[in-house]
Structures are given as C-alpha cells and as structure tokens.
Write a protein that binds this ligand. Structure first.
Ligand code: NDP
Length: 291
C-alpha cells in the first residue's frame, strides 16, 4: 500500500508544473482554462494559482523554477517584475516592457514573453470577425496593458491610434515610443471632443472598481465597437456605456483572456489548443449575460 502511494506521488511529480502568480488571484480562471487545454490536447500537466505579492515575486519565482517548474504566467501587479526577472525576452515583450509568460529554456535560462496583445488581436479578428485595417482606434489608458497591445494593433494597419489617459504625459510618452510604427498620438480625455472612432478599447483599470473614464457621447462612429479589456460575470461599466451609446458590439476581455492563455500554452507545449469551446464554457458559466 505504502509503495503504491509512493509510486503515485512519484508519477504525479513527473507532471510538468505551471502556475499563475498574481495578487489578488483567488478568482483566476487560468487554472481551469489550462486544464481544459491540457485535456483537449492530451497533455499531462499541473497548473496552479498562487497569491504572490510584488515584494515576494522574485524569490517565489526563483523557488518555483528551482523546484522544476516549467512555466509561469504573471498577472497584476507582477508583469513588470516578471519582465525584469526574465534572463531574455521576445521582441513583443521587450516592446511592451511587460511579461505575462515565463518559460524555462533548454539551457536553464528563463525566457519572458507577452501574449496579451496577440490574445486581444485574435479575439477581435477571429472570434468577433472585426476588421482592424483602416480602423480609427481609441485606446483609453496608458498603463501596462495599453503598452502591450499597441504594437500588435499597429501591425494590423489601422488608419490611426489615439491613446487617451488621465495622466496626459503618460499617453503622449507612450505614443512617442511607437511613433515609427504607424499613425499614433497621445492626449487627455478632454482633447477627444469632436473625434470619432470605429473601435474604442478600454485599457484603464477603472472598470475593476465599476467606474468609467470621462467619455463624450459622440465618440463612437456609426457601427463602432467597444471592447473592455477587463471582464466580469456581469457587464462592466464600459460594456454598458457601449450599449447605451448604440455600439455595433460592446464586448469584454474574456475572449482575450482565453486567447492569451492559448498562446502561452503554445509557447510551453508547442501545440495550439482550441479556444472557442473554452470561451463558450466560460460564457455559459457566467450565465451568457454578455453579448
Ligand atoms: P495599470 O495599472 O498598468 O494601468 C491602469 C490605467 O488605468 C492607467 O492608464 C490609469 O491612468 C488608468 N485609470 C485607472 N483608474 C482610472 C479612472 N478612474 N479613470 C480613468 N483612468 C483610470 O493596469 P493594466 O494596464 O495592467 O490593466 C488595465 C486593465 O486591463 C485592467 O482592467 C486589467 O484587468 C485589464 N487586462 C485584461 C487582460 C485580459 O486578458 N483580458 C490582460 C491584461 C490586462 P493613470 O495613468 O492616470 O493612473
């Protein structure tokens, strides 16, 4: 009996270990998403969520990898710390100055990547069949998430991108960093008067506390789309704003969450999982309240 239990624990330890670190983390959907991806693709792995503060991130990540962990996802407030922790970075992580996916390489070094932007673009293009080429895009917010999505959005050749932020200098500086990649400008919210956009992306964290950036009613062009990077069981304040302002679609970031996870899974396991059934399941679990 004892030896059977021993063998079982050895077998369990043979599973590749992954985790998401963040704070808060209790309600993270990542363990479920990666579990489903693993089942779908016939992979055997463990994926856990761990509450890790910014102060403890570095030592917790060291320990995780020293104990044989293969890959980590890092979420709020750890993405910039993960960027500093990585021994080397992909180009998209370097540009975004943030890392959400760490993986051990064959030589033991840790590679940092950022799958957020690619997750957003896939959700917009594939899951929602939206056209970004030629679109006038407004990004609300100039924090870590905005930084990560700008380059992948510019790769789709939009007509223009405007970044509007409460702290105006951050929007202007951020736009300046991407100036050589396309038509992009930064400003404050009150400079948006009389402008119209085909796609408004809310990358502020205001939704997390049920608030909204100050937005004029006429900002959304006819058939314009609203997309909140935040998500929840009920529509966010920005998703509701989009509906009230007759958006063609008013979406939240659940699809982006699943798509960025799929890209991380691909980085770690070399296989692309199917995202649509996972998005459908998560939408079903929250009561299909979303459009
Ligand atoms: P940051 O803390 O880096 O940036 C927050 C931004 O929000 C700043 O630009 C800040 O402005 C602005 N802001 C905060 N409160 C308000 C307010 N009340 N009114 C106006 N602006 C406000 O956060 P992140 O960039 O990391 O995250 C932003 C959002 O994106 C979060 O909701 C997060 O959950 C979501 N996200 C979703 C992902 C997904 O997979 N769906 C992936 C990554 C992020 P200022 O500079 O003036 O302080």
């Amino acid at each position: 009996m004892g030896s059977l239990a021993g063998k079982k624990s050895i077998l369990m330890n043979l599973k590749d270990r992954y985790a998401v670190f963040g704070q808060p983390i209790a309600h993270s959907k990542s363990p479920l998403i990666h579990q489903i991806f693993a089942q779908q693709t016939g992979q055997s792995l463990d994926y856990e969520a761990h509450e890790v503060s910014a102060e403890l991130f570095s030592s917790a990540a060291e320990t995780f990898f020293a104990e044989g962990g293969k890959g980590l996802n890092c979420t709020v407030p750890l993405k910039e710390l993960a960027w500093a922790f990585a021994d080397c970075k992909t180009e998209r992580a370097r540009l975004g100055k943030a890392v959400n996916t760490l993986s051990v390489q064959a030589d033991g070094s840790v590679l940092g990547d950022n799958t957020d932007g690619c997750g957003l673009v896939r959700d917009l293009l594939i899951n929602h069949a939206l056209m970004l080429t030629g679109a006038r895009i407004l990004i609300l917010g100039a924090g870590g998430a905005s930084r990560g999505i700008i380059a992948p959005l510019l790769e789709q050749s939009p007509r223009s991108i405007v970044i509007a932020n409460r702290t105006v200098s951050k929007a202007i500086d951020l736009a300046g960093e991407f100036q050589d990649r396309g038509a992009i400008a930064g400003c404050g919210f009150n400079a948006l008067n009389h402008s119209q956009f085909d796609l408004i992306l809310n990358a502020t964290s205001a939704s997390l506390s049920g608030r909204l950036p100050p937005l004029e009613a006429g900002l959304l062009a006819e058939n314009g789309v609203c997309y909140d990077l935040a998500y929840g069981d009920a529509p966010t304040a920005f998703v509701r704003w989009g509906r009230e302002n007759h958006a063609f679609k008013s979406l939240d970031g659940l699809g982006m969450l699943v798509e960025q996870a799929a890209e991380a899974f691909y980085i770690w396991r070399g296989v692309h999982p199917e995202t649509r059934p996972v998005i459908e399941l998560l939408n079903f679990q929250r009561g299909e309240n979303q459009p």
